[in-house]
Ligand binder design. Structure first.
Ligand code: FES
Length: 144
């Protein structure tokens, strides 16, 4: 089963699981836990960007820990409403949570490295980190 299907089954965005917001200790040094996160009736997540100033600057990262044990990162990769990327932090090699090191993600298990937006820089992972569809306004980011 591909990681895309696994993550899809986790129903992060489908609304089938309860959302637990908190700080993932693996990435706590670099990232900030998101606040103002709600799950909409359609299952999508809505993040109040006015409550998350960490995303005001390029390079800012917020995390959302999910009840299935995985974590989502919201990354400011560029300015403007299209400058946010949303990825799952489960390594596509074997599912270990990746850690932020500078402007990359590093897997502590076997050394895979990913760009800030989740593309593979170094294996053994061969597939990019799962990227969620998202859309943003100046005040709100919707994931799903
Ligand atoms: S689990 Fe990430 S490199 Fe193996």
């Amino acid at each position: 089963m591909s990681i895309d299907k696994q993550i899809g089954r986790r129903a992060v965005i489908c609304g089938a699981i309860a959302l637990a917001v908190g700080v993932n200790p693996d990435i706590a040094k670099a990232a900030v836990a998101a606040t103002g996160v709600t799950q909409r009736k359609d299952g999508k997540l809505s993040i109040d960007l006015t409550k998350n100033p960490a995303l005001n600057k390029v390079g800012g990262v917020l995390t959302i820990d999910l009840s299935d044990g995985s974590s989502v990162a919201i990354i400011r990769t560029a300015t403007g409403v299209k400058g946010l990327s949303v990825i799952n932090l489960s390594c596509t090699h074997n599912g270990v949570t990746v850690m932020q090191t500078g402007n990359k993600w590093l897997c502590p298990a076997h050394g895979s490295q990913f760009t800030f937006a989740g593309k593979v820089l170094q294996g053994p992972a061969r597939t990019a980190l799962f990227k969620y569809p998202s859309s943003a306004t100046l005040k709100t980011l919707v994931i799903g």
